[in-house]
Design a binder for this molecule. Sequence first.
Ligand SMILES: *Cc1c(COP(=O)(O)O)cnc(C)c1O
Length: 670
Amino acid sequence: MALSADLPVPGSLPAPTPRPARDPDRPLLDALFLGPYGENDTLLEKLVVEFLRDHVYWRRNFHPEDPPAIPTHAAQQPEYQAFEARLRRELHQLSASLKKSVPFHSPRYIGHMASDLLLPGLAAQMLTLPYNPNNVSEDAAPVTIDLEVQVGLQLARMLGYPSDPAQPQCAFGHLTSGGTVANYQALRLALALKAFPVALRAAGVPDIELPGDDWSAFNAGPDAGTELLVKWQDWLAAQSPRDRRRWREAVQAERIEHLGMVGFFARHQDLRVPKVLAPITAHYSWSKGLKLLGLGRDQLELLPERGMRLDAEALEETLQRCGRERQPVLMAVAVLGTTEYGTVDPVDAVVDARARALERGLGFSVHVDGAWGGYLATLFRNPDGSLRGLCEVREDYARFPLPEVHAAFAALGRTDSVTVDPHKLGYLPYGAGAFICRDHRATALLSEAADYVFREGPVDPDPARNYLTRYRQLGQFVPEGSKSGAAAAAVYVTHKVLPLDHENFGRLPRQTVLAAEALHEATLGLARELDGVARVAVPFAPDSNLVCLAINPAGNADLSVANAFVRRIHDELRSDPRQPLQLKEFFGSMTTLRPEAVGDVEMARILGAIGLDPDTLDPDGGNDNDRLVILRHTLMNPYLVDHANGISYIDMYLAYLGRRIRSLLLVPAA
Ligand SMILES: *Cc1c(COP(=O)(O)O)cnc(C)c1O
């Protein structure tokens, strides 16, 4: 164990401080990761060797009568040996250079959204890799494709979506390469649902009751869109094979997926290209998504926030305006754990606003971008799937969750789709994002193979089996093609070992929220300690496990001076491949606060708290002086507070920060 100089050396350890009653999670947490010190190396090594051997036996048992294709003496050939030498050299070089990697596993890493990997996922992924399943379809992944569909159901249950595939309106989820692509999928599905009723009208489908005009068809809302889709499928199934083909082609020809934006809106001149409403804190994947879909970045309308959360009143006003101007809305996005500040948007207010807008004839989808905060839903879920009450959740913490945060999580089940990143707060290897939609029937609109999906041929009488069969052609529905079955195995096994409720997986995010509360609390001590040297403040209380810190040298009122100072501190906290890793004491990240995002009043409050003059904000200033630079800490590591060893990396970090601030300001240590 690396001890810092001011800690007692082993042998002279004081009696261990008794573990506080609040640490019953620790025995489980101790088993979950390889560990900052590689403590659980024996466990991982045993698993890797055991299952590598198991894989080899599997190969041998396929057709044991086949003689080995590679002769036993192959390894004695000079060329073989030269190859092995080259391979080893390159691997050694790779391994050596990877030592410059960012030490995500360390409790000294509190920078970006990365941490150690959960052993169940790491082991399952390594175990699966040599089988190399491709989750594009069951032909290439007879096992892992089912695991991916199950992962979708596990996440659906965590979110409060219907998760019984025997029910017709069950949710559906799948993995993506990350949250960015999951957000694209949300846009794609919302657009398909929005435009489908218009296509039905344009094709002149008889016998189905359709909205009276294009405007009401385009704005019927996702639930009505899904109902129409199901009615249409049933109607189609009742037609003769010839009529069925004719009608299917007629509707297909009117769909936005067929015509493209240009063709579709040229045919429906009374309709405008719909807007996506998202908070100004939204991740840049939304901008990318609108460009990719051909909607155009101009259709992304960013809404202001209040107290670092989406301003529900601004949303309401925008929706009123859209209704008046006959401006359709594709989707409203609520962020569950913003990338920059970890704040939680009022999902409940967004679904309420949607219900009111729908009554006025302005329907649209509600998507939750929970790439970061999705797994925090485990804190609010009982093992039986029911929701935990606010008071019950609160018992574990000093102030988490605020009632508005609890209300946001409680409302997840009323949204249409959610993005969750297993490779962020799921502590799994990269290449694992997830998209989940509440009603799986809508996905028929995403399918490439209309033939299959539009219910022809025999249908299994067991609905759950039917559901599985349908999604075994996963490539038909997802944005990607070939995709990792090993990633699906990793997520599945993790969710099985650690079910997505507060008693199991939830113990992990609980540690991170407690760490955030500890950091928040400890900054007050740092602020006192630095009195007369620098002003330190947490600009807004954290909603979850991200804590930001604003700093300003004492006596300074000029924003540009404070920004330059915080940038210098951040330079020491960020990864620098030119330096030996060990020189780095801690890793942190930074972000900025802009008046147009935070609002002028809130901005003035934050600047005032650290003694800055709001007039020194320069709206058209270069060098980022139109915003405040702040430190940002993502608290993912579960070992930040080590009660057994009496070590708090949080206290150590703040002590370090205090030393750096004094030293940069040439103030002698206190
Ligand atoms: C990280 C993040 C994304 C993007 O996810 P990737 O996995 O990096 O593609 C989207 N939205 C939010 C809120 C995020 O935090």
